[in-house]
Design a protein around this ligand. Sequence first.
Ligand SMILES: [Zn+2]
Length: 369
Amino acid sequence: MRLGPTPPTAPASRGPRHAFCAQWDGMIAIVLAVGVVLMACACSAGSTSQPAPASSPRVADPLPGTKLSLEQLRGQMFHVSAGRRLKPSSWPNGAKVAVGLSFDVDNATAALSTGTLDYEILSRGEYGAVDGVPRLLRLLERHRVPASFFIPAVSAALHPEMIKEILAAQAPSSSARVHEVGVHGWIHERLPLLNDEKEEQRLLDQSLELLTTMVGARPVGYRAPSWKFSGWTLEQVKAAGFLYDSSLMASDDPYELLLDGKPTGIIELPIERILDDFPYFGGNADGSNPSLTAVYEIFQSEFDVAYDEGGLYLLTMHPHIIGHRSRVAMLDRLIQYMKGKPGVWFATHEQIARHVKAQTNRLLSSEGR
Ligand SMILES: [Zn+2]
């Protein structure tokens, strides 16, 4: 059964593109277009005796929103939306800002999801497992800062040594793990393109099962592949009991996700394209952006304002993109800069979400008195 509004089909998802697989969607579109043309040619070749169709083929309405009532538009707009602002009044130990470093370990999964068996492209993703993750782990270890790794289950299964290396980092004074592993789809499937409620549920279930087995604990954080939700994603994420999501961007600071206007209890830790390595170095840039300085300046300015506002600073990075030598050097410089300021709390997304939740619960219980 379909719940909620009809989810958008793939062609309706026309927002700006993020993440590794954007280029593959483009290629799929080209392949499909070529296929349609070939099919059209084949049909016309085999039906020369048939009369020409009376009308031209129907083209999908490019502006369906213009035909909808305000009520219908409200239903679409607020199927998934921002609820209570959850920016905490304080961070642990009086810190001024919370810094969450996240790495989406896509590697080659987005290409594999589309059946792209181009080994130049696959090796570009493989770099994340071979050099990217190890180099980044060395950097984090040197600075003694934690991070969250969102990993498509297939990526973890193809390179299980990454998981071992990520989990091997331990806090100096205890045996507690330093880094967090979160869910990032089965094979980096774009959910609006999948457009199938049961399949989406099956892939989420088996992703959770595989990662739970490999990590030894059930992940509490979710990040949608390419940050794209289908019409069913939030409901499935809520039913799976995730503590937080980190795929959306209605605010700079944490907020609660609403599903059809109702609170879900899920904390959104917002991401942003300007705080993502992919638009600068991956995708259309395809590694052609030579200016590390420009990216560094943007990342630092965003941090400076988050610091002044007492908010959350969350970076999204990809080991197969940021993990290259010159870019890790840039990240090294940025971490040094942030560590040079007093009151900076480096934490995993899970730690940040738990702090936000505890503060919110305290607030709710005091309001209830
Ligand atoms: Zn990704």
